[in-house]
Design a protein. Sequence first.
Length: 251
Amino acid sequence: MSDTCVLFFVKYPEPGAVKTRLASVMGAEPAAAMYRHFVQDMLGELAQVKADLRICCDVESAPGGSGGVDAALAAYKAWLGPRHSYRPQLGGDLGARMRTALADAYAEGYERVVVLGSDIPDFPHELVQKALDDLDLHDAVIGPAFDGGYYLIGFRRDRFRPGVFDSIAWSGTAVYAATMERMEAARLDVVRLPEWNDVDTMWDLNVLYRTNRNSSFRKSASYAAMREHDALIRQYDMELPVWARETETGK
């Protein structure tokens, strides 16, 4: 057992239950298939991180979820394979689920733990490793998303502050800002990772597609799936933000 752990938060790719904003445009089946590729590509990256990996499963989205936690976890294991460690997400909202997953990991003896979302398929394993390594010298780490949320958060065991997850409007655009306020109030020394593009909408998918034309992510299953929907994705072309234009042109 390592002293570091990545808690990878995943939903089951059930059509109609995942990537609903993409599904409203491209259909439930293609959207679920796209998310399936996202998760599998990210697992390939996470396999290169020097840390234990725990897949934290959204039980409610899994087939057989109504049959109990064991049936839901069995569905995830059938999808992603038996080699991984699977745990149910426990709690009423996302904050409670992250708080519980972190607390359980610390209780089991891990010293440095990060929670990572599954909507950033082009996120490199080097930055996940950096987040864990940063916790050697700093209290906490966070990765802000361009939509106002965050894609990663983690703490050193002795500096874990469960209160940073309380009373957050998780569907809003101020999740990162509100969380940082709580971290600063707790006097945490926080490392901020680069902003990243969470893929929730067709515009996000368009950005993912366009900004990775010259990157190694072109070789991924996710990118191959996007090529199959090239005509549809291009309908959402618009002026990219500065960060995305620079990535697209390789500056």
